[in-house]
Design a protein around this ligand. Structure first.
Ligand code: SAM
Length: 353
């Protein structure tokens, strides 16, 4: 347990959240607390450091926003956590680590917009379903290099290219840096006529305030931009019909749900940051199932994957590039099993492969 927290501290939290880096490092040195955790939580996912840290934030434990700073602040966090252990444990047992990052729509949109319209969207591992509303957000693509197409985009003062598209008046503006040429970026939003999802544990942040609080607790201290994006996306979809999200396993539930997609629309089965939750053999099984379902559908359909390349073993690994700090976290965007781009883990960038 101690090693798990220490590794979480330097491998995952460092560079992303000072608060979580410090807190998990201190837990990793706290033999008594580690004994409590390993003695009262079942082995496996329930022992994930991220789950404990989010549970304490969810319950408004001390320093929920900032995390401990120093020895005595850690002492207060630890004392509170042990005193409220039954409640903390109940949250851990009830919940799972499942963020929902609407920012990823910025990397999906250019592919969705170029498919034959209208679309029937089916997302597996949909969490709260915020990525099922790509037509309800606004997007700002910023080019690394200067391009001009005289078509809705323009040069900014600093020489970068800005291309905006999306729902007018949306409270969400998703920014994305890209090297895709303006002509490859969408000029308008896709037309979505059907949307549905599957998740082991669907969340409904619009109807269930506790679900929204849980999603917020999962955003790490120091990632205020993500927290603001999450709230804005929930506001953007508050008044629209909520997509049906079937509770269950993505392989078991997929055939029946895909069969419900209206025949006149292009069925798009998509997923982002989901397949790493599956054992490798299930990933292959899922890929075969998607191909079979789309091949068997009159008029076909498309498959969009936005996953870490290690979860897409049937694709060649991306070529190594000069290391950048966030490179190991980048996702691979693939259309119908063909890799097309490398994307930022939260949708903040889209670069050709
Ligand atoms: C990291 S979240 C990503 C959510 C969303 N796709 C996004 O990009 O924001 C992964 C989601 O996959 C779901 N999940 C994991 N394994 C699953 C399975 N076997 N069947 C259905 N959903 C699953 C989790 O419950 C979680 O909501």
């Amino acid at each position: 347990m101690a090693r798990r927290y220490q590794e979480f501290s330097w491998r995952e939290a460092r560079g992303r959240s000072d608060a979580h880096e410090e807190l998990s490092a201190r837990i990793g040195e706290d033999a008594e607390l580690c004994d409590l955790l390993s003695g009262s939580l079942p082995a496996g996912n329930k022992q994930q450091p991220n789950l404990l840290l989010a549970a304490v934030r969810h319950l408004d434990g001390p320093h929920a926003e900032l995390g401990p700073r120093g020895e005595s602040a850690y002492g207060r966090w630890r004392e509170w956590t042990i005193r409220h252990w039954d409640e903390v444990r109940a949250v851990i047992m009830q919940r799972a680590t499942q963020t929902n990052e609407p920012g990823r729509c910025a990397t999906l949109l250019p592919l969705l917009a170029r498919l034959p319209q209208p679309l029937a969207l089916l997302e597996v591992g949909a969490s709260a379903g915020l990525c099922l509303h790509p037509d309800r957000y606004r997007y700002r693509y910023e080019h690394d290099h200067a391009y001009g197409d005289g078509n809705g985009g323009g040069y900014d003062g600093d020489g970068t290219y800005g291309h905006e598209v999306g729902a007018p008046g949306s409270p969400v503006v998703l920014g994305c840096r890209t090297d895709w040429a303006p002509g490859e970026l969408p000029g308008r939003l896709p037309e979505v006529v059907w949307r549905a999802g599957i998740d082991l544990d669907p969340l409904d942040p619009v109807a269930e305030p506790e679900d929204l609080r849980w999603l917020r607790a999962l955003v790490w201290p120091g990632e205020e931009e993500r927290a603001a994006r999450l709230s804005a996306a929930v506001d953007a979809v508050r008044a629209v019909p909520r997509p049906r999200i079937v509770r269950g396993d993505l392989i078991e539930e997929l055939p029946a749900l895909a069969a419900e997609a209206p025949p006149g629309a292009t069925l798009v089965i998509f997923h982002s940051a989901v397949l790493s939750y599956l054992p490798p053999a299930r990933r292959e099984e899922f890929a075969r199932l998607v191909r079979t379902l789309l091949d068997g559908r009159a008029g076909g359909g498309h498959w969009i994957a936005n996953e870490h390349h290690s979860a897409l073993p049937w694709l060649p690994a991306p070529e190594p590039r000069p290391a950048r700090p966030d490179d190991t976290l980048q996702l691979t965007l693939a259309l119908d099993g063909r890799p097309v781009a490398r994307t930022g883990p939260h949708g903040q960038s889209l670069h050709r492969l």
